[in-house]
Design a protein around this ligand. Structure first.
Ligand code: ADP
Ligand code: MG
Length: 341
């Protein structure tokens, strides 16, 4: 076959498929947009695990009527101007890709009202393009993003997903954000079951949020420690269950510079630490929150931004290990001692 250039439409669809692998990725991006917009409350609703519909409503700064047409266009952002800005980026977004990508794989509607505007405006997008012009609409201050029929044009993906699984992943993301952003109010409502699944509304502290979004068993067995290494500018904390807690599923929430990330290395380290402390088949619950200088971390490794690379990684892993060992050993001894008459 001769070499041919792919059409822009195919290129966009491939790129979009990478950013939006499942509803949970899209919702994570939209939550980050709401946080970037200064929202205090973020309400998420889903139908059929987000595959038929999901929406996210915030009370952030909103998008002005004249900016609406650009919001769903690829590489259009209000957050990054120069490549050099990337290392100092204070916001989550920077690629201007999330909304456009979503519109390539689902039907996207944005309704938004900055406080300075009299009414909200609504505009829908498909394939990275606005459908006509924004029209006035009822709406509160803030932004409502609705996505319908995700993957309607990707038959394989639509069929291969199980709504219960896609929903579970959405709930995982929202629990993680509720815990990390303890001052923000999150809720997740499952329309097809008429059920609120996660709610962190006006809870006083992180421990209570852990109790309400996970369980009392987790929150009452939590140990905490600071993670600080001044020389490399690392600061943070770790919350982890003691050896008394025996969970069924390993829960690991990692935030670096306020981004929810995944790390195989950290996962392995923690698993091996607990191997010595937990009975077989028991799993821990761990939340790690680390901040480091922006220049030491590369968030541009992967389109979903779930993988990041950072400097001094080995040193940070050692710090985590040291702190956990220090606290877990005494709880282990306590337990053994308590059975001795
Ligand atoms: P990025 O976040 O990388 O800039 P997005 O496609 O996620 O790209 O969003 C495009 C633009 O739309 C943002 O730069 C922002 O100006 C605006 N926007 C998106 N979501 C919101 C929101 N919830 N509140 C206010 N503005 C938003
Ligand atoms: Mg964004």
């Amino acid at each position: 076959m001769p070499i041919r250039k792919l059409s822009q439409d195919v290129i966009n669809k491939i790129a979009a498929g990478e950013v939006v692998q499942r509803p949970a990725n899209a919702i994570k991006e939209l939550i980050e947009n709401s946080i970037d917009a200064g929202a205090k409350s973020i309400k998420i609703k889903t139908k059929k695990g987000g595959l038929e519909m999901f929406s996210i409503e915030d009370d952030g700064c909103g998008i002005a009527m004249e900016d609406l047409p650009l919001a769903g266009v690829r590489f259009a952002t209000s957050k990054l101007q120069e490549y050099t800005d990337l290392k100092d980026i204070g916001s989550f977004g920077f690629r201007g890709e999330a909304l456009a990508s979503i519109s390539h794989v689902g039907h996207l509607t944005i309704t938004s009202k900055p406080a300075s505007q009299q009414v909200a405006y609504k505009l829908s997008f498909d394939g990275g393009k606005a459908n006509g012009e924004a029209i006035p609409s009822a709406g509160k201050n803030g932004t409502l993003i609705q996505v319908k029929d995700l993957f309607h044009n990707m038959n394989m993906r639509q069929k291969s997903y199980n709504p219960n699984e896609t929903f579970a992943k959405i709930a995982d993301v929202i629990r993680a954000y509720s815990i990390h952003y303890e001052k923000l109010n999150f809720s997740l409502f499952r329309i097809d079951k008429s059920q609120t699944q996660v709610r962190s509304w006006n809870l006083p502290d992180r421990k209570t949020i852990i109790e309400k979004t996970f369980s009392k068993e987790v929150s009452s067995n939590i140990l905490t420690s600071k993670l600080t290494d001044e020389e490399i500018g690392v600061d943070g904390e770790i919350f982890f269950t003691s050896s008394v807690y025996c969970g069924k599923k390993f829960i690991l929430l990692i935030f670096i510079n306020n981004r929810l990330i995944e790390s195989k290395q950290i996962k392995q380290i923690i698993e091996s630490i607990y191997e010595d402390f937990l009975p077989r088949g028991s799993r821990p619950w761990v939340y790690i929150n680390i901040t480091m200088p922006g220049r030491n971390i590369d968030v541009n490794v992967h389109p979903t931004k779930m993988e990041v690379q950072f400097l001094h990684d080995e040193r940070i892993y050692d710090l985590i290990k040291k702190k956990m060992d220090m606290f877990l050993i005494p709880t282990k001894t306590d337990r053994t001692m308590s059975v001795v008459p």
